[in-house]
Design a protein around this ligand. Sequence first.
Ligand SMILES: C[S@@+](CC[C@H](N)C(=O)[O-])C[C@H]1O[C@@H](n2cnc3c(N)ncnc32)[C@H](O)[C@@H]1O
Length: 259
Amino acid sequence: MTETDSLTVAMEATAAYAAFAESPHPTFKHTTYFHVYEELFAKYRGKPVTFVEVGILDGGSLFMWRKFFGQSARIIGIDLNPKAKKWESDGFEIFIGSQSDPSFWETFCADVGEIDILLDDGGHTYLQQIVTSEMMLDQITDGGMLVVEDMHTSYMDGFGDRKLSFRNYVHAWIDKLNSRFGKFPKIQSDRRVWSVFAFESIVAFNVDRSKSMLVSAPIRNRQPVEGAEDYRHHPENKLEENKAAIQGLVAQAFSLYKD
Ligand SMILES: C[S@@+](CC[C@H](N)C(=O)[O-])C[C@H]1O[C@@H](n2cnc3c(N)ncnc32)[C@H](O)[C@@H]1O
């Protein structure tokens, strides 16, 4: 068996792939996504979660998610195409509207209430992704998550103004998380997100308000009796040795940005 074969076998062994393969209707994902689904969503399987997917297309992913999460999950689909309403007869809740329209989300939230997981597999433009995230982060329960697929469009033409790409939105969230560090002046107090996970083409925002609200401050378990010397500023702590090797590693770390 080649290495590629064994990687395919590992992908096919996931419950997410099994649900994908068994879906009676077409669905379109990427091979790298199944391990991500497994890692992010396994803890919700068999639980009465409310799961929302933006982007229905041929309906196959609705069945995939029902199989994956189990019969006690509430599976909701959203699409701009009014024909997607037909999937209601299979027991799914379907909402028709545009993910880039804030008023659509207001009506949706009033109808549906809190949700546990939102997966954005809609139009993949930056404005669609950003409006969806900004409107829906408040609607997600503690312990839930908002997951955006196909964020590789941030590196492609035709999906909006690159200065306002979803990649830059994610970057802004990393800055917001770090702005909570206790010694920084409070630049802003957006505490809707606890952590951000990044995978190839997929980003997950984990929501946990109580963890997010914790105030950052230094803390010691006990006072040192004979304090160790802190070598951070010690003359021994110098970069001169192995300078070339260090520079090589730094160049390697940033090689993506070489012209
Ligand atoms: C990539 S497909 C969805 C694929 C599906 N989730 C699957 O796994 O098979 C994208 C879907 O997003 C829908 N869509 C495009 N723009 C939208 C918008 N502004 N609001 C809601 N849905 C939109 C399209 O009609 C299409 O059905």
